[in-house]
Design a binder for this molecule. Structure first.
Ligand SMILES: *[C@@H]1O[C@H](CO)[C@@H](O)[C@H](O)[C@H]1NC(C)=O
Length: 433
């Protein structure tokens, strides 16, 4: 059979076949040599080394086969070599184990520390249906030395260690007035304006609005005075950090918001971040399975995706926990390094993207606020104002985030919900024109 195939084209094949037979024979020779060295360490090797052995390249086993050596010497060298190579194998194994331990230690170090901070001790799993993961992380130990002046102010302003905080400069003075007027009207005592310039500080003081102006010597404050938009949006997260470090929960609020009830009566307080949503119905606000269709894939044409409308980074409640502070740091850090990033996008990406190769996700716990109670202006103008039942319900807050004509819409909201003017919202289009 082989002979018939051995045409001109097959000759090379035949040669390589022969070649590999030789290699195979050599390998068998080496293995036999090893076996004999172990089985007959005293004598056999010296008398008749395997014939193929001589043609082999020198390996450690052939070192002793020189005809000049006495059989005793050869045997001694032989057993030394065996024991040395055994030690070598053992050492290599130990190095491998140590390297692996080191790698695991490096990998787990950070995570283990964080988990220890959060969990403290190990628990047994309870029976079926009774186990619950940790979503309410413990609060940090307050460090008053971070900012003693702010600490003193918060002692006076906060109620049960929580308060509303808004940042404002003189560009938003008109909205700020509508904002704090609505807060006063509801009777919320625990709120604070972080003034980014003197005009706002004076404006607040003359309106008996709790105000905090940062020490001008502090480094990040120069950002507020001279920085562009992006620097200022990063500033918000840096300032918030101090409140959390001092042990306070913050309800961060933009100033294009009207308060109609006390939000602190409507919080769950079980998550690191509890935020209003940009969503406008159950699906978009709370998450859904969005099926992506790719007909070319035939049987597997449907790919399931997880979707949720972004959290609104202009109104969220954040508890003073390690994951919360990590979130603020990560957002501030990214905003300082990516000048064109939008703070709300960064906020959501840090909050939602899971860990993956080369990236450690945040893994903070999250809760989406009721979108009818903490209402965005799309929900109000597209749905609620046209719905007989929904338009009778009083939200907790309304955020005019979807419309550029913020000031007139804010006034109309007050007119509708506070003054009872049923027509106040009618003149506005659903979206901007
Ligand atoms: C939205 O969800 C709430 C409960 O979360 C439910 O009561 C309501 O019926 C849902 N609405 C629709 C339109 O599915």
């Amino acid at each position: 059979m082989l002979g018939r195939r051995d045409g001109p084209l097959m000759r090379n094949n035949g040669q390589s076949l022969r070649g590999s037979r030789i290699v195979f024979a050599i390998a068998v020779g080496i293995l036999l040599g090893c076996a004999f060295a172990f089985l007959f360490p005293h004598g056999f090797f010296g008398s008749d080394p395997p014939a193929q052995g001589r043609r082999l390249p020198r390996t450690s086993l052939q070192v002793g086969s020189s005809p000049c050596e006495s059989p005793e010497r050869i045997n001694m060298l032989k057993s030394e070599l065996v024991s040395v190579s055994e030690k070598n194998v053992e050492l290599k194994k130990q190095v491998r184990e140590l390297t692996e331990k080191l790698r695991l230690a490096e990998q787990g170090k950070d995570q283990a520390q964080k988990q220890f901070l959060v969990l403290g001790e190990q628990h047994k799993a309870g029976p079926f249906g009774t186990v619950k993961g940790l979503r309410t992380n413990p609060t940090v130990v307050p460090g008053n030395s971070v900012n003693p002046r702010l600490a003193k102010m918060l002692e006076k302003v906060a109620v049960r260690k929580e308060l509303i905080v808004a940042l404002a400069n003189s560009n938003v003075k008109g909205m700020l007035e509508l904002w704090f007027t609505s807060i006063k009207k509801v009777g919320i005592p625990n709120y604070l304006v972080v003034a980014l310039d003197d005009e706002i500080e004076n404006f607040c003081n003359s309106n008996v609005v709790p105000v905090y102006k940062r020490d001008p010597d502090e480094g990040i404050d120069s950002i507020a005075r001279t920085g562009g938009n992006h620097a200022v949006s990063g500033l918000k997260f840096r300032i918030l950090r101090e409140f959390l470090q001092l042990g306070y929960s913050v309800l961060l609020s933009d100033v294009d918001i009207i308060y109609l009830q006390n939000p602190f009566d409507h919080l769950y307080r079980d998550s690191d971040v509890e935020s209003m949503t940009d969503g406008h119905n159950n699906m978009t606000a709370y998450g859904y399975n969005d099926v992506f269709d790719e007909p070319a894939m035939g049987w597997a044409r449907y790919a399931h995706t997880m979707r949720i409308w972004v959290y609104n980074s202009g109104f969220f409640y954040i508890r003073p926990t390690i994951p919360s502070i990590e979130l603020l740091d990560r957002v501030a850090d990214r905003l300082s390094r990516q000048p064109n990033a939008w703070d709300q996008a960064v906020f959501n990406e840090e909050l939602f993207f899971p860990s993956h190769p080369g990236y450690d996700g945040l893994h903070a716990s999250r809760r989406t606020m009721d979108f009818y109670l903490f209402m965005n202006s799309k929900v109000l103008f597209k749905t609620v104002r046209k719905d007989a039942k929904l338009s009778k319900l009083k939200p907790v807050i309304i955020h005019v985030n979807y419309h550029p004509d913020k000031f007139p819409r804010m006034k109309a909201i007050v007119d509708y919900y506070v003054n009872g003017n049923q027509d106040a919202l009618k003149s506005f289009p659903d979206g901007s024109e």
